[in-house]
Design a protein around this ligand. Structure first.
Ligand code: ZN
Length: 156
């Protein structure tokens, strides 16, 4: 979908239908209105890396994937640039947040919420990330029993 102040209604409906169909048995059901509100809240920026998305292609990303027990609700969706969405892939959101922060030094609101939610201090983590490949990074996933993580809501 292309980010514009006036989002295309039928595109929103198709997107909601596609997410609901992919959502399977996950909690939550999405509507075009819900998606529009959530999308506009992003202010036209990727909520991961803050790149400007106005008049550009964007995607909706389940912060905690459905596979990891995330819900199919707007509280678990963020506006993402295609690059962030692809790079995040199946990574745990806290892991991807730390990876992005290490690269950019930029702490978006979403990153801040994730660091708080998972009790991470990226300033402390950074030295550990300094050497080696991303795969050598501290296993954030290991510290978070994904199946036991309560439903993730980043909206207060
Ligand atoms: Zn991005």
């Amino acid at each position: 979908m292309i980010y514009q102040d006036l989002l295309n209604e039928s595109a929103l409906e198709s997107y909601a239908a596609a997410l609901n169909s992919r959502g399977g048995t996950a909690r939550g059901r999405l509507t075009a209105d819900g998606l529009r509100d959530r999308i506009l809240e992003s202010g036209g920026r990727c909520e991961w890396c803050a790149v400007n998305l106005v008049n550009a292609e964007f995607e909706l990303d389940h912060v905690l994937s459905l596979r990891q027990g995330g819900s199919n609700s707007v509280a678990n969706l963020v506006v993402a640039c295609p690059d962030c969405n692809r790079r995040k892939g199946r990574k745990h959101p806290a892991r991807f947040a730390a990876e992005l922060y290490r690269e950019t030094g930029r702490r978006t609101e979403l990153l801040t919420r994730l660091f708080q939610r998972y009790g991470l201090d990226p300033a402390q983590q950074l030295p550990l990330f300094a050497e080696g490949s991303p795969e050598a990074a501290p296993a954030i996933d290991a510290g978070v029993e994904v199946s036991k993580v309560p439903p993730y809501t980043w909206v207060d």
